[in-house]
Write a protein of this length. Structure first.
Length: 116
């Protein structure tokens, strides 16, 4: 395991641990608006770690390409969720979800074409 993945895993676990462990304090002090971005940030970290691990593990070429596409979509979806939690109203489906969907598809197609 590379140092980057190790430190990212520690940071991600720490964020999730703090967010869940101090839920009642966070809710009292800051409201629910801090809890959900903390959880979304930890999911971004976890999915990025999975994406990096897929790059490191030796798979058959077609399997690796498929797994990288899927992990990229999942990672970008969690980034979209984090942005939704921070910048928009996460309880309402609005234009930002549709724009995020289009951006995720665009980035995925771009990455697929770039890595062919």
């Amino acid at each position: 395991m590379t140092d980057k993945i190790k430190y990212l895993l520690i940071a991600t676990f720490t964020i999730a641990f703090i967010t869940y462990s101090f839920w009642s304090v966070i809710k009292e002090q800051y409201g629910v608006r801090v809890f959900y971005p903390g959880i979304a940030l930890s999911f971004v970290g976890y999915t990025y770690i999975i994406h990096l691990l897929i790059k490191l593990i030796d798979f058959e070429k077609q399997q690796k390409k498929f797994l990288l596409i899927i992990s990229n979509i999942i990672f970008l979806t969690t980034v979209n969720n984090l942005l939704d939690e921070i910048l928009f109203n996460p309880t309402v489906i609005s234009l930002n979800e549709y724009m995020g969907f289009v951006v995720i598809i665009g980035i995925t197609i771009y990455n697929y074409k770039k890595n062919e």
